[in-house]
Design a protein around this ligand. Structure first.
Ligand SMILES: [Zn+2]
Length: 92
């Protein structure tokens, strides 16, 4: 299950880490739908991984950063993949 740990998030504006305050979050778990050959829904399997989106406010510069987190049940929060979606890279 996804463990929210904003101390692992990096501000996309000033680059400081661990100073982000979570404003809003969205978490989604992968779902695989198994269908029978004739198209009927047979089963849905929940995957042990998912994607989360975290909107956070930097307490240092006051700007908002949107981070995408790829998580897995077997990983520790520091092993998750973090991608900054906003601000766009190179635009500071
Ligand atoms: Zn900042």
């Amino acid at each position: 299950m996804y463990i929210k740990d904003t101390s692992l998030h990096t501000c996309g504006h000033c680059g400081l880490r661990g100073l982000l305050k979570s404003l809003s979050g969205y978490c989604e778990r992968g779902l695989e739908t198994i269908k029978s050959p004739c198209g009927y829904l047979v089963r849905e399997y929940l995957q042990p991984w998912g994607v989360a989106y975290e909107l956070s406010l930097c307490t240092s510069c006051g700007e908002v950063t949107l981070t995408k987190v790829v998580w897995h049940d077997d990983w520790k929060p520091q092993d998750y993949s973090y991608f900054i979606l906003y601000p766009p890279e190179g635009k500071k």
